[in-house]
Design a protein around this ligand. Sequence first.
Ligand SMILES: Nc1ncnc2c1ncn2[C@@H]1O[C@H](COP(=O)(O)OP(=O)(O)OP(=O)(O)O)[C@@H](O)[C@H]1O
Length: 865
Amino acid sequence: MEMVSPQCPTTVTVRRNPPRRARPTPSTNPPQNQLGDSNLNEIPSFPIHEILSIEVPQNPKPDQPLSSSGAPDTETLKVYLRIRPLKPQPKQATTNCHKSVWPKNPAAKRTNAGKDKKTRTKRGEVCISVNDSHSVRLLPPLAFQESKRIKSEAFEGFSHVFDLDASQNNVYEKMVKPLVDDFLEGKSGMLAALGPSGSGKTHTVFGTPREPGMVPLALQHIFQKSVSNSSRSFYMSIFEISSERGKVERVTDLSPDGTDLSIQQSTIKGLQEIPISDATQAESLIARAMFKRATAMTNTNSQSSRSQCIINIHSLISELDGELEVQPKNALLTIVDLAGAEREKRTGNQGSRLLESNFINNTSMVFGLCLRSLLEHQKNPKKPLQKHFQNSLLTRYLRDYMEGKRRMTLILTVKPGEEDYLDTSYLLRQASPYMNIKFNTGEEPSNLVRTKRHIPTLSTVQQPKRMKYNNSADSYVIEEGEAVQYENETLQKDAPTVNEENPVVTLPENLDFVYVAKSEMADKNRNFEIMQNFAKALWKVLKQYKEKLMVAERAIQSLNENIKNEKTRYLELEKEFEDFKTCCSSSKQISADKTLVETDTRTESLWPPDSTGPSTVNEGHNEESKCNNITKDCETKQGKDAYNEMKGNIHSPDLKSAECNYTLQECEPSNMTLRHKESKCNDTSATRQAKGPYSEMKGNIHSPNLKSAKCNITREECESNMGFHKDVSSQTKTNSDSHNLESDCKSTPRDRDVSSSTQGSIKPPLPFGTETESTHQQDHLEASINKGTIKTSQKSSNLEKPKRRLLPAKATLLRDITALSIEDDEDKPKGNRGGKKLAIDETKRTQGNISLMRILEKSRHFLRT
Ligand SMILES: Nc1ncnc2c1ncn2[C@@H]1O[C@H](COP(=O)(O)OP(=O)(O)OP(=O)(O)O)[C@@H](O)[C@H]1O
């Protein structure tokens, strides 16, 4: 009977079944504890990006030196500033180029200059002042300040600022000496003098016999330090680049036997390198060269240079020690005296001088453009390095310097006069940013400086091809017989030739093949490094894969072992279950046989008409308690439902456990009694006690991890309880009295519940004591009313069926009766006058209940009498 709940006025929809989520399939998500190693992570994908992200040094150009660490050494360009001393302005410009502008007495000149400086400074006629050794301030003339609103500017960051009073030696010590020292150590460098015409470039570079310039001082320094070094030899070459009528550039060798030269790419053909053995010889050569150099008198300089003059001092190792040891490096020191930029207004040049002036200005501009482009390229590599060097012979020759591949030093010379403000300002604004240019200072390029190696040539048979890698970027050596031979041949071929009769060294005309060999080698080295990095990364990945594979194999092994164990357990459980099933079915068979023999028709009539199924089973001694229990249940609708459900379970064909459950249910009451008697169970609730073993067994049957021992115990318990049940039944039959059991029930409420349950199950001794049936029933009812066991019996019947069911009216009535104490009720004074508060249940009594209880009480007295 189902109870229809009244419809709620406001409909509330409750979703009972939440949306299900798909479970991960076992194959893709194995349990972690099953794995031997929990560190098994997902195997990463092939790290191709990691491999590709390995930085491989760019293919170095053959002439791009690298440091020992593999990265190119860089150094910022050093820019020095020298302020020429003031001198009295010439009264008038002269075209006499032979007129000496030098004062006869230099001391007097300096004195005059100092006086002049002071006086002109007072008058504000100087355009530059020295702030400190690294910065200057440019002071515009008053006319400029007023008309053009030009303010003073500060220029700083110079390597050193040489004041008006700085001597040649001071300049040399601070500026050139470091260069020369590096040169002697094998580092090449260049010093270039820039400045407007008449600012003292030539004076600084060459000087005078009394005030030797940087070149003579450098030569003196070189030979002072190189006397003991017999293996080193020095060569000097000097040439100029001028213009022929302002149109065609011309290269002239300024050596004594020098002629016109031609230039291809960056190489000058036919340039003589004169071996120099001492400073005097070198100075003599320079003097002769200066005599040949084109000069002219202009308004700004009586001996104005009309060409770009280049001096090369070449250091070569003349003797080889013969082994693999690399000899002290050759070096090249280049000093350039540029022709000063001229402004037409000031020089007043005309005709051929004007053409020369254009050429000079153009060369100066290209030189400046090259350096500016290099600076911008270094600041922003996206900006291409413009090939301005192609626009003049000078910059073509100095291409390596213009592209930042070699070290360079600049000396800016300026004039401090007020009238020189524009020239000075232009030069400082143009050239001061050059100090941010960076140059490589590593190994020298191979076109000018060659490192000779004496490596014995081996045939390819003796020396198979192999590559040897060392850490230093420069030490990639292709140990290949042919290659080494080629390199030796190349170096020998490339070596400068010295004619014994005429000690003039002629440089090889074309060094391109050296570039080619170096380029190929660099390509091979880069490829080798790429492959090496790739192999390293690949090896690392394979290693990781191997480790993970081993972990996975271990996990698979452990899983296989677990599967084996589970299979064994399953087989054992199945076997035990079969035994158990056989045992139960045999006991049923015995009971059924007994039932057939001892069937009593009168007993059958006691059963409700619809409970024909289990009636045959209930006849047996072993089934008495169950049958009685079912009989009890059948008296109520609830009991009928439980019985039907049990019946359904018994006849369920697909569940093996159903039979076992049924058997367990059969065993349950006796089992409970046994436990009660042995006082083994500690549960506070009889329901729990009665339900526990059943649920445990039921769960164990369905669990794959069921322990056979438990099942055995349960079976033994069942069997023993069946025996005990027989005893109890017989005891009940003989005594036909439930007081023994009631006494058991008195021990604890829990026990009372259990015993009442048992009592209910023992009630069916009716078939064995039919003559006292009504008496037994009445006594039992009486006992139940007195002890309140009817309620507990009801509970006990509910224990077997935990579902909530609607209790019949009779059961409700009995419960109410049980809850009441009739005797107390009668003894109790009516009302609340006795000062004793009524129980809550008492207040709920209805008049009908009270009447009914009184009737029942009367009937009880009647029965007793
Ligand atoms: N520091 C100095 N001390 C004394 N005299 C100097 C100094 N600098 C330059 N002079 C003198 O100034 C004059 C011009 O010098 P110099 O010829 O060296 O200029 P320049 O820059 O080479 O000119 P140009 O570019 O036209 O050749 C020379 O007579 C030189 O003696």
